[in-house]
Design a protein around this ligand. Structure first.
Ligand SMILES: Nc1ncnc2c1ncn2[C@@H]1O[C@H](COP(=O)(O)OP(=O)(O)O)[C@@H](O)[C@H]1O
Ligand SMILES: Nc1ccn([C@H]2C[C@H](O)[C@@H](COP(=O)(O)OP(=O)(O)O)O2)c(=O)n1
Length: 420
């Protein structure tokens, strides 16, 4: 049996299930004996004839799993009767790294069960999906969970029923358990491995790999200072980086680099695992260019690893800032094989002023940038993740004064730190 499937079933009864309803997670666990606990929140208000299912996506191939997770949602929305409700869910072993398995929680309040059950049964036989169904116990108070048999692994546990009980909010938000090398990459090799494995399904991945430096550690340590400018969209990075280039006679680079532009939209459609590996590789290509340019002049860089990591972390976690990995977590550490800039400046801006600048500029935005607009919590998570990244940490600069005042402020910082 494949490793991931084995680990799913091994300690099955130690797993916690998290269902996200209206943006808030509800946790439940399973146990063999009926101990009289009340039913978890997600099951209250349900009638005996309502049917609930969890669908967990898990296979030995993590690329396939990541892609199928997205495809499954489209398939379910297309094929399920309209009386079905679908919410994101996950299952994990509390505080155990890489134990998170993502899936969907399905509530079916339609009259007949056959369409849904046929669809789910078909999925368990042919796709990397594990299905559990839930029934009200004989006394009408408790809910029980049954794991369905599965085509790939011939699960033997199906006869066993478990009682469903509420579970406490875990110490670490479940999404943080699988973050390292799935959402954020800490070496060129780890990110490359993901793209290599996608080569046969995404031919563009091979073109990206061809652009990569052969080795990560910069063979060309820059002689001149390297200054990175970070910040959310419309905080003034383009305006500032261009002024810095002129004032300092510097080279201006960006991440992702220009040479990746033809493929960016393609990778933006992919699930986080693949998309984040693409952006991570962009930083290594930019680092190579910094090495070249930094022999001749100071280098200004418009976005770099802070952006890659902050957006990835903030997207992987949902809810308020307290769900982020704690300050000082290894998640925020700079990759040891990536060139370290001399200074990283984070432009900060009041959300209303940022919106005004966005409106004035009036260009198209990435989905993530649109998300920043109408999802205040997401914006707060990105900003906080930026601040928590270390090695080098960023220095915040208020970007609300005039463009010239911001430039002067940043020049002061550069002169203080980089002896220019
Ligand atoms: N300090 C500033 N004060 C007022 N407007 C600014 C300032 N800096 C930039 N802008 C304007 O705000 C908009 C967004 O700036 P831009 O440099 O394109 O941001 P980014 O590159 O971070 O997306 C542009 O229309 C720009 O002219
Ligand atoms: N070095 C980088 C740069 C951007 N990204 C990702 C993070 C966000 O999803 C987008 C933001 O990029 P976008 O092009 O919208 O930003 P600008 O308009 O250049 O300010 O790209 C990244 O992961 N790594």
């Amino acid at each position: 049996m494949a490793g991931r499937i084995k680990s799913l079933l091994h300690r099955w009864s130690s797993r916690v299930f998290s269902v996200e309803l209206d943006g808030a997670p509800f946790y439940f666990a399973i146990q063999e004996r009926h101990r009289g606990e009340e039913a978890p929140r997600v099951f209250r208000n349900l009638q005996s004839h309502d049917r609930c299912y969890t669908l967990l996506v898990c296979s030995r191939d993590r690329i396939k799993t990541a892609r199928f997770y997205g495809e499954l949602k489209d398939k379910l929305l297309r094929e399920l009767p309209p009386e079905c409700d679908l919410s994101p869910m996950s299952s994990f072993l509390p505080n155990v790294r890489d134990s998170l398995i993502k899936g969907y929680f399905l509530k079916d309040i339609s009259e007949g069960s056959s369409t849904v059950e046929r669809l789910l049964s078909d999925l368990t036989q042919h796709e990397p999906v594990f299905v559990c169904s839930y029934c009200k116990s004989d006394d009408g108070q408790q809910w029980t969970q049954h794991l369905w048999s599965h085509g790939e692994s011939q699960v033997m546990e199906t006869a066993k029923k478990y009682y469903v009980v509420p579970s406490e909010t875990p110490e670490y938000h479940p999404s943080t358990l699988n973050m390292i090398n799935s959402d954020v990459f800490y070496s060129l090799d780890e990110a490359c491995e993901v793209l290599k494995k996608c080569g046969d399904i995404i031919p563009e991945a091979m073109s990206v790999l061809e652009l990569l430096p052969s080795r990560a550690e910069s063979r060309n340590k820059p002689d001149f200072p390297v200054i990175v400018i970070e910040g959310l969209d419309a905080t003034g990075k383009t305006t500032l980086t261009e002024s810095l280039r002129e004032t300092l006679g510097a080279s201006l680079l960006r991440s992702p680099p220009q040479c990746l532009s033809p493929w960016r939209a393609r990778f933006d459609q992919e699930p986080p695992l693949i998309r984040r590996a693409f952006y991570a590789l962009g930083n290594y290509i930019t680092a190579e260019q910094i090495g070249q340019e930094g022999k001749k002049t100071p280098v200004i860089v418009d976005r770099f690893w802070h952006s890659t990591a902050a957006y990835a972390i903030a997207t992987a976690v949902s809810g308020p800032v307290c769900n982020l990995p704690g300050e000082g977590s290894e998640v925020y550490c700079w990759p040891s094989d990536l060139l370290q800039p001399s200074l990283v400046v984070l432009l900060t801006l009041d959300p209303e002023e940022r919106k005004r600048r966005l409106r004035n500029r009036g260009q198209g935005k990435t989905n993530e940038e649109q998300e920043l607009d109408h999802n205040q919590l997401f914006r707060l998570r990105v900003e906080e993740a930026y601040r928590r990244i270390s090695g080098p940490a960023c220095v915040s600069v208020d970007a609300s004064p005039s463009a010239d005042q911001v430039l002067q402020q940043v020049l002061l910082l550069i002169r203080g730190k980089c002896h220019l």
